[in-house]
Design a protein around this ligand. Structure first.
Ligand SMILES: [Zn+2]
Ligand SMILES: [Zn+2]
Length: 144
């Protein structure tokens, strides 16, 4: 039997996941390809993120408390987790980090997208060929 605390925590997680889904819908646009799943080519980044959370080695913004909330990260810094207000921290300013995160090539155009893993929203970059292989892009300019 789960304790009332465990039930409350599970409820908070479910609420955070539902909110993450809503935020994901807000990002929907021409340049954004939504990928509401993990366990694909993003797996290594999601794993790095989860490990950092588990081992408390990641960089977490001061606004994220102990209770589950929507968190933001990016494949170019998967061990950094921030709240919505702190998302500028994730800005892709370093040219070294601008490449396809599936094939590691600097191939244009690069498509921006966001994937959801539980209550975490992860931004990513993917080139056109990789986008088609993975099904992230079903048709040019049309989110999968
Ligand atoms: Zn914050
Ligand atoms: Zn690629």
């Amino acid at each position: 039997m789960p304790t009332p605390d465990q039930i409350a925590l599970a409820d908070q997680f479910a609420a955070a996941e539902a909110e993450a889904d809503m935020r994901l819908a807000d990002f929907d646009g021409e340049e954004t390809h939504l990928l509401p799943l993990s366990g694909t080519w993003l797996y290594e980044y999601v794993t790095a993120m989860e490990q950092a959370v588990r081992e408390k080695t990641g960089r977490v913004c001061a606004h994220l408390g102990r209770s589950p909330a929507v968190m933001y990260t990016a494949v170019w810094m998967p061990t950094t987790l921030v709240c919505l207000t702190c998302t500028p921290v994730l800005a892709l300013s370093d040219p070294q980090r601008i490449h396809c995160y599936r094939c590691d090539k600097r191939k244009w155009p690069l498509n921006e997208g966001i994937a959801r893993a539980g209550n975490v929203l992860m931004s990513f970059l993917i080139c056109d060929p990789c986008g088609h292989i993975t099904g992230v892009i079903t048709q040019k300019g049309v989110p999968a």
